[in-house]
Design a protein around this ligand. Structure first.
Ligand SMILES: Cc1cc2nc3c(=O)[nH]c(=O)nc-3n(C[C@H](O)[C@H](O)[C@H](O)COP(=O)(O)O)c2cc1C
Length: 334
């Protein structure tokens, strides 16, 4: 209700300004708007989620708004993508609304404060729910050294995360998606799995690892990803990140901006990748569905396609926080 009143004002501002204004206001007033989502417990990756509706990565890149986001009733929150060193991301403008299509195009390029400052923010949060930390590579780390960045960040965030997401699917870091290819993925996940073994012993806890993939994958790539996930004991796959396709936004203002497309136009494609992974993994590895969830029914479609949990981003921009409660209610009623 409140969000429907505020939305015209927010949409009259530059999108990145509106984004920061919304989050800083949520930090100040979020606690007043606290919603209690009825519990609908689900156990995934060995973790107990109070409900299956999560915040997708990228909305709180620096882990600065965890308590405000928790007040919206999410069953889990994923922060990041964080890289080893701070980096400014791409020049502005780099975030575009396409309201006619309930879509966004972004080319942020992993703007973030770097893993050290990020962890200070995580430590400041009071919330003690399930926190995913999403890690990526710096834009200027050579492709051949990408695994070093993931290992470095995994070592740093390990003790603070409920689970860690390996993001190899952002379209805004040159070459990143190349890590989804068979031999690169095998080498990367091998290093990461080895590092996790070492860290499990050191910390006395095995932190689950999720792999986040693109919606722009063909059947062979999906098969290769499923095989690598099984081989290296990855605990979940998040399907999907944003898309480089422009189906459904042709002819719209900003429709040809470079970057990743998210929201309603990518729903079918993201759900198709999710369903194909579900078939390939045959229930052995849980899936987290993201991409184009604008209603509770969309969330239920992801579960029907094989997801155990869902994540929201673009839907929150268009529908506001009530989308969290709506998704949780529909999934509870299933
Ligand atoms: C502005 C914006 C920034 C994003 N940044 C990240 C990011 O840093 N890391 C990541 O893994 N995904 C990122 N994403 C992708 C989302 O987490 C999500 O996977 C994708 O947008 C599909 O879901 P949606 O259609 O509900 O938005 C971003 C998405 C948007 C719209």
């Amino acid at each position: 209700m409140l969000y429907s009143l505020l939305r015209p004002l927010l949409f009259s501002l530059d999108p990145e300004t509106a984004h920061h204004l919304t989050l800083t206001s949520a930090d100040k007033f979020g606690a007043l708007l606290r919603v209690d989502v009825p519990t609908n417990p689900v156990r995934v990756m060995g973790l107990d989620f109070p409900n299956p509706v999560g915040l997708a990565a990228g909305l709180d890149k620096n882990a600065e708004h965890i308590d405000a986001m928790a007040a919206l009733g999410f069953g889990f929150i994923e922060v990041g993508t964080v890289t080893p060193r701070p980096q400014p991301g791409n020049p502005k403008p780099r975030l575009f609304r396409l309201p006619e299509a309930n879509a966004i195009i972004n080319r942020f390029g992993f703007n973030n404060v770097g893993v050290e400052a990020f962890l200070e923010n995580v430590r400041r949060a009071k919330w003690r729910g399930i926190l995913g930390i999403n890690i990526g590579k710096n834009f200027d780390t050579p492709f051949e050294k990408a695994a070093d960045d993931y290992v470095f960040s995994l070592e740093h965030v390990y003790a603070s995360a409920s689970y860690v997401t390996i993001n190899i699917s952002s379209p805004n870091t040159k070459g990143l998606r190349g890590l989804q290819e068979k031999s690169e993925l095998d080498a990367l996940l091998g290093r990461i799995a080895q590092t996790r073994e070492r860290l499990s012993e050191r910390h006395g806890k095995r932190v689950p690892l999720a792999l986040k993939v693109a919606p722009d994958l063909d059947a062979t790539q999906i098969g290769d990803i499923a095989a690598a996930v099984r081989t290296h004991g990855i605990d979940a796959v998040i399907a999907t990140n944003t898309s480089t396709t422009r189906n459904g936004v042709e002819g719209l203002v900003h429709g040809t901006e470079a970057g990743g497309l998210s929201g309603a136009p990518i729903k079918a494609q993201a759900t198709a990748v999710l369903a194909a992974l579900s078939k390939a993994l045959a229930g052995e590895v849980p899936l987290i569905g993201a991409g184009g969830i604008l209603t509770g029914t969309d969330a239920a479609e992801k579960i029907a396609a094989g997801a155990s949990l869902v994540q929201l981003y673009t839907g929150l921009i268009y529908r506001g926080p009530r989308l969290v409660t709506e998704c949780a209610a529909v999934l509870r009623g299933r």
